[in-house]
Ligand binder design. Structure first.
Ligand code: FES
Ligand code: MG
Length: 579
């Protein structure tokens, strides 16, 4: 029995520093691994591939990942690599309180440190439910080893009473029907199992599908990753092929930073616009760019995305669901249609350029993936607003808003926080009409804490009953990618740090002007100064523990709500010995 020599091809691999050692160190590193039934030949210098798994029954969108990991493992073995699966903190949207976003940065730290501290040469990132994709990308970017993403895939189309219902989007609509008295509670409960009838993440163009698409257009996955349904055998093949490819990427030293460049980020922004993708992409892309030191600012989203047409006719901005998108040709068909709006020379994980990967792409259903000559909407990118109410910016997704409200002036109805909102929103005595602007404070990164998806405040019940379906809403919160409405989000600076949002009072006039990208509070500077003098910061959410770390270090939304001490790549230099 031998170990690889100190010189040679395998000596440059990180795993060499563990598994090729002689003496006590090598013994220690290999012996306990052999307890898992691994033959000695696994330590012959072959690339060691981590399978970073976010499987969890508490993250139901990722609950099929143990099977997915097995397919990755087969591919790694096929290419002569040594696969080692490991868990990281998984984040499920539907159960985590106060919000999964509170834990995105924590999960990213788990990933980064796991990659660096272990004998890994490359990694396959298994991403699915919303936050798992940015968390894994942020961590992998900071460690910067060869990495490839395999997404879990969208769930199959759900049907309720013969009609397709989309994840999240249908829930918001039906919940309003219940509150308006047009749908019964029992019917609403019956819809639960119809909406979620298979493995996979949200099947609307919510945050999970948006992030999976971003991964694909940025070249971080094999082509087709975004749309293959979770239970479809072709996703297992994609996982297998990704396992095979990562071994080659390690041999080529094709690291994340070679692919995830400013060019890739620009492609991502344009694609999000064409998809009518989630507003959450904004904070996640800003955070990912920050990890790589690639310059990206909030205004880039507007500058690069505003003139991009909405081509994907997918909920919540459109009509169809991810299964329809897949059958229509998936993301490659949409990217081919975008054509010259993208940097087609961008490199991708399979060694080919984005353009080369699109050579055979075809659209099979021009209703689902519209041609540029007949878009769902002419210009669909996320709009970045500024003004005295949002000096550091706020965003709105015009494709999910009511066109007639994109220019609107109304009096503010202010909620101090989410408890106040829940206590009063359905109060028949609430002084509100359809022209009012609903304002929610203290739901930003530090204020909530964790910047939850509360920005699409419910329409007051008495207005719903009167047939009102949309109103202008403004907050420092986020909104679910499956939600819709004329909703201004991510207002920065947030109320809890004394942003102007903190100073808004009932009956103030607020003017939203999306065409001119402005958000103005019609209150004089003197009056605002007087209010500021009376304002005091809310008590921080926690005196100790992780939440304390979070509120002390989280950046504002326009910087991606990452921790200030996590920006930048720290690489994967091999740490000193443990013994
Ligand atoms: Fe997991 Fe939507 S709840 S992706
Ligand atoms: Mg979500």
């Amino acid at each position: 029995m031998t170990v690889p020599p100190a010189e040679g091809e395998s000596a440059r691999l990180r795993s060499h520093a563990w598994f090729s050692r002689r003496g006590k160190s090598g013994y220690l590193h290999r012996s306990r691994m052999k307890s898992q039934g691994m033959p000695h030949r696994m330590f012959d210098g072959r690339p060691v591939i981590g399978i970073c798994n976010t499987w969890s029954e508490l993250a139901p969108c990722n609950a099929h990942f143990r099977t997915l990991a097995e397919h990755v493992r087969r591919g790694v073995y096929e290419a002569g690599g040594f696969p080692l699966e490991f868990p990281v903190l998984s984040l499920g949207e539907t159960l985590l309180r106060p919000t999964s976003m509170l834990y995105r940065n924590l999960a990213s730290m788990d990933v980064e440190e796991s990659l660096r501290a272990n004998p890994l040469d490359g990694v396959v990132l298994l991403c699915g439910c919303d936050k798992t994709t940015p968390a894994l990308l942020m961590g992998a970017a900071s460690a910067d080893i060869p990495a490839i993403v395999v997404s879990g895939g969208p769930a199959l189309t759900g049907r309720f009473r013969g009609r397709p219902i989309g994840s999240g989007t249908a829930m918001y609509a039906m919940s309003d029907e219940v509150r308006a008295g047009t749908l019964g509670e029992c019917d609403f409960i019956a819809a639960e199992a119809c909406e979620s009838r298979s493995a996979g993440h949200c099947n609307t163009m919510g945050t999970a599908s948006t992030m999976a698409s971003i991964v694909e257009v940025m070249g971080l996955s094999l082509p087709g990753n975004a749309a293959i349904p979770a239970p479809d055998a072709r996703r297992a093949v994609l996982a297998h092929d990704s396992g095979r490819r990562i071994v080659e990427m390690v041999r080529e030293d094709l690291r994340l930073s070679h692919i995830l460049t400013r060019t890739a980020l620009e492609n991502a922004i344009r694609t999000v616009a064409a998809l009518g993708g989630s507003t959450n992409a904004v904070v996640h892309l800003l955070a990912i760019a920050g990890r790589l030191g690639v310059p990206l600012s909030l205004s880039d989203f507007d500058d690069l995305g505003h003139d991009v047409p909405l081509l994907a006719n997918l909920q919540p901005a459109g009509q169809y669901l991810m299964e329809d998108f897949f059958e229509a040709g998936g993301l490659p068909a949409l990217l081919a249609e975008l054509g010259d709006l993208l940097h087609l020379d961008a490199p991708t994980v399979n060694g080919r350029t984005l353009g080369e990967n699109l050579a055979d792409a075809q659209c099979w259903n021009p209703e689902v993936i519209r041609p540029r000559t007949r878009p769902v909407q002419k210009s669909a990118g996320i709009a970045v607003l500024t003004g005295n109410l949002a000096p550091d910016g706020a965003i709105i997704k015009p494709s999910a808003a009511s066109p007639e409200l994109l220019r609107h002036r109304g009096r503010a109805v202010v909620f101090d926080g989410v408890d106040d909102l829940h206590a009063r929103i359905d109060d028949p005595a609430l002084d509100v009409d359809a022209t009012c602007v609903l304002v929610l404070k203290n739901a930003g990164p530090r204020g909530y804490p964790g910047m939850p998806e509360l920005g699409n405040l419910p329409i007051p019940a008495k207005l719903l009953q009167g047939g009102v379906t949309d109103m202008v809403r403004i907050s420092d919160a986020r909104m679910s990618g499956t939600a819709y409405g004329t909703v201004v989000l991510h207002t920065a600076p947030e109320a809890a740090v004394g942003g102007p949002l903190a100073l808004v009072e009932d009956r103030d006039l607020i003017e939203l002007d999306v065409p001119n990208r402005s958000l103005h509070l019609h209150v004089s500077a003197d009056e605002l100064a007087a209010r500021r003098a009376r304002w005091s910061a809310p008590t921080p959410a926690a005196a100790s523990g992780y939440t304390r770390l979070y509120v002390d270090h989280v950046t504002q939304a326009n910087h991606g709500a990452d921790f200030d001490f996590l920006t930048g790549a720290r690489g994967a230099a091999i740490p000193r010995d443990s013994h």
